[in-house]
Design a protein around this ligand. Structure first.
Ligand code: ZN
Length: 60
């Protein structure tokens, strides 16, 4: 089960999963089921998720 499939949907726009900015389809990054306005936001989100996961694992 892979969530990394880069599916391009016929959506006009979406909000960046990290900064919430409206993303136009032409410069949209779709990764792991979420949209990002830029590669930078994608990287930031990955860092955030990694950090949260590390904290969750540490807490158990
Ligand atoms: Zn963004």
């Amino acid at each position: 089960m892979s969530e990394e499939t880069a599916v391009v949907r016929r959506t006009k726009s979406a909000n960046c999963a990290f900064c919430g900015k409206l993303v136009r389809r032409i410069k949209m990054y779709y990764r792991n089921g979420k949209y990002y306005c830029s590669k930078r936001c994608f990287k930031k989100m990955q860092e955030k998720i990694a950090k949260e996961q590390a904290e969750t694992e540490a807490g158990t």
